[in-house]
Design a protein around this ligand. Structure first.
Ligand SMILES: *Cc1c(COP(=O)(O)O)cnc(C)c1O
Length: 244
């Protein structure tokens, strides 16, 4: 009984925490935007719900974050079904294996992690079968860390040129993950690079709307460098526990 009450209080605390955290994050975004003269409406928060419950994810939706992001196909599908809310836009932000394309393509608003022509073609083939068009971003490995997925920045322009020729997909921008570090300044050059590659691609006549960059520890730097989509997990939901 005591244990049960404790658990209840803890879970209520967690749920209050989400709305408090979101309020705090919005303040931080507001002040950065004032400083760098950007419009807050141009920055979309994607709440990254991996490892967190559908209940917590719904709290983010209640705090009017309507974009939810997941790294794993099965977890996304499960939460999408549990939350079952047409207002919510789903983002697939993890590495996508070609054999999982048929589970995700056409069912999410944006796939952030396209890093090869082969994957783009796979998505295209599936979407043409079901009569849909999938919005995608090209993921770049800007930090050069070998643990990361993403195309080489030198190859991004060519990939973009190829990808826009592929039917049933719409290229709307670029994504990257900044260097893993406690110091957000260490991500700055990765974000600058993503912006520069976007400018290079646009010079070639391919319009790109989005820069998906910045996570809980470095989103302010990302906004300074032009992010239009920031992906926040820990800052909204607290620390992740991977052993549940
Ligand atoms: C987990 C994850 C995030 C969110 O990370 P936090 O540091 O918890 O904000 C953002 N983007 C990607 C690709 C992720 O895998």
């Amino acid at each position: 009984m005591v244990l049960c009450t404790k658990w209840l209080i803890l879970s209520i605390d967690l749920r209050l925490m989400v709305s408090e955290n979101v309020k705090n994050i919005r303040h931080r975004i507001q002040s950065i935007c004032e400083r760098v003269k950007r419009n807050v409406d141009d920055i979309k928060i994607v709440a990254v719900t991996k490892t967190f419950s559908s209940q917590l994810a719904s709290d983010a939706v209640r705090a009017s974050i309507l974009d939810l992001g997941e790294n794993y196909v099965q977890e996304l599908l499960k939460k999408k079904e549990e939350i079952h809310d047409d207002k919510v836009r789903w983002h697939f932000i993890g590495h996508l294996q070609t054999n999982k394309v048929k589970l995700i393509a056409g069912r999410v608003d944006l796939i952030h992690s396209v890093d090869s022509l082969r994957l783009a073609v796979e998505i295209s083939n599936f979407c043409s079968k079901i009569g849909k068009t999938q919005n995608i971003l090209i993921e770049l490995n800007t930090s050069g860390e070998t643990s990361k997925f993403g195309t080489d920045p030198d190859k991004a322009l060519n990939l973009a040129k190829e990808v826009i020729m592929v039917p049933n997909i719409s290229l709307t921008g670029l994504m990257t993950i900044g260097k893993f570090s406690d110091n957000p300044e260490e991500s700055r050059k990765d974000f600058t690079m993503l912006r520069e590659v976007k400018e290079l691609i646009e010079k070639d006549g391919i319009a790109l709307k989005h820069l998906s960059m910045g996570m809980s520890n470095d989103f302010e730097v990302a906004i300074e460098e032009g992010a239009t989509i920031i992906r926040l997990g820990t800052a909204i939901f607290g620390a992740r526990q991977y052993n549940n």
